[in-house]
Ligand binder design. Structure first.
Ligand code: FAD
Length: 120
């Protein structure tokens, strides 16, 4: 068995931006890589909606596709235009994984993204 403390250190050291939200995309946790990529401090994003990252340049159809996929309990991967705290724009490759309670209801979402601006 891997101790919980090891899981915590794994998440805190992984070079992928990780966030955990409630069922409405309000942020409950972000890892240090998220702070690095987005430029936001922990205190800036706690309790805020993930839409704080939106550059408002991604077509609504992308968000509709994201939400219809994840609310059905499936994993979504796609590319969004995100905005850093300093206003800088980056292309994010985002994966959102629904997290279910034992009764099957979706209680949280896991977000994982990286800056792929240089890769296209
Ligand atoms: P919204 O008001 O969010 O609406 C956009 C569309 O999504 C609408 O069609 C609306 O009907 C639909 N929608 C919104 N909320 C719900 C809901 N609770 N249930 C069903 N449908 C809904 N966005 C980014 O721009 N960048 C990110 O990095 C990012 N990461 C995310 C990570 C996670 C884990 C999750 C769950 C969401 C993430 N989002 C991200 C999506 C974000 O929460 C917003 O939906 C998005 O930014 C659009 O915001 P908006 O205010 O423009 O529109």
């Amino acid at each position: 068995d891997v101790p919980l403390e090891v899981f915590r250190r794994v998440v805190e050291n992984v070079p992928t931006a990780i966030s955990v939200t409630d069922a409405h995309a309000n942020i409950l946790y972000v890892n240090p890589a998220f702070v690095n990529v987005s430029g936001y401090a922990l205190a800036d994003v706690m309790g805020k909606n993930e839409s704080i990252l939106s550059y408002k340049a991604t077509p609504q159809t992308v968000y509709r596709d994201l939400w219809s996929t994840i609310t059905e309990g499936r994993t979504w991967t796609g590319r969004l235009v995100n905005k850093r705290k300093d206003g800088g724009r980056y292309l994010a490759e985002l994966t959102v994984v629904p997290v279910r309670r034992e009764d099957g209801a979706i209680s949280h979402y896991l977000g994982m993204h990286r800056d792929v601006s240089e890769m296209h």
